[in-house]
Design a protein around this ligand. Sequence first.
Ligand SMILES: [Zn+2]
Length: 274
Amino acid sequence: MIKTIVVFLIIGLIITGILVNPILVKKRRNRLKNRPFPPLWNAIVENNLPIFLYLSPNEIRRLQGHIQVFLAEKQFIGCRGLQVTEEMKLTIAAIACLLLLNESGQYFPKLRSILVYPNAYFVQETNSVGKYVVEERRVARLGESWTNDQLVVSWEQVKQDTNNWRDGRNVVLHEFAHQLDQENGKAEGVPILQHNSDYTIWAKVMTEAYQQLCNDVLQGVKTVMDSYGATNPAEFFAVATETFFEKPHQLLSKHPALYEQLQRYYQLDPVQWA
Ligand SMILES: [Zn+2]
């Protein structure tokens, strides 16, 4: 009996070693990236990712590689009876992997499962009202990114977003931007930047743009970014990411410094895609 337990323990350790060893992980991912991208998958991505055809051949190849890794490493769970289809997985993976084209090398490391609801889902929210009163209410949500290992999206919303790519709203871009932000453990609107020297200018530009959005929202001024970005710096980064990908021209003309920071971070220039 003890012998069997020891054998299982050793096998478990070997498997864990293979899964977490960075060199082996890299090798496994490279193998996945080099797999041929099925033509049916390509047709789905082309159909559901409106900017796909504007990417350079090199970016398309890299995106396809990332999608292969993403689909192999993340688990999709259908909620409220939803059967997760190939189209759902590929659409969500393709949009999420746009954020990885800067080759920072990580695949949303904390995330394990993506929960897909057919449409909006409801959660019970508690809010303090005054000193001794707690108010409970049922609120509808379209997506959220949890710090444990899950992310939630409504498929109806994902589809709607792919059909309206230019409206500056995209639940997948939004929730996966939160994942990037949460990679260092904190959600405060600062993802892991390439160089240590990048943080000072990032903080300056982001703080200024965030404060401007807060002021504009307070004064009822029309803004390029969704007013939800004024909630806190973490939401600001997620909303700025949505705007960067979906309304790049407006963002560049109204907030060039912010656009430049996002362009440097994502290593992409979406104004070229129009
Ligand atoms: Zn958010």
